[in-house]
Design a protein around this ligand. Sequence first.
Ligand SMILES: [Zn+2]
Ligand SMILES: [Zn+2]
Length: 149
Amino acid sequence: MYNFTCHCRQLTYGYIGQPACCYSCHCTDCQRASGSAFTTNMIVDHADISLVGGTASELCYLHNDEQLQVTCCPCCGTDLYLFFTNRPSTATILTGAFLQQHWFRPVAHIWTDSAVSWLSLDDELPCFAKQPAWEDLADLWAFQFDKKR
Ligand SMILES: [Zn+2]
Ligand SMILES: [Zn+2]
């Protein structure tokens, strides 16, 4: 099991499962929500996330006309994971919160049209100017594991 936790460490979740994808997103929403240049997001089955300890806050707000629910720490405000309430079986873990960082690798950069100008994306990962088709991301993710075999 991999654990992810908030800045003040009072809230910790566990994740065990097969992620559906992991990519870095440079969209302005991720930049603003994280206060950083980009976020690296892991798409998972919501059921594979479990509370290990602590008390969570759940915030709901509209994102592109869809209701987004964000699970965060009520003490330090760190966002840990989120899902759209009309697709509750799929969740997105904000991977910066993982205590273990070396077991996954993002397979693409998306929304590079809005990437900050001082960042040089020279890691040879595919770049998508905007939102790619889900199939494209899933294929890249599957290919990563094919290579390891
Ligand atoms: Zn906290
Ligand atoms: Zn984004």
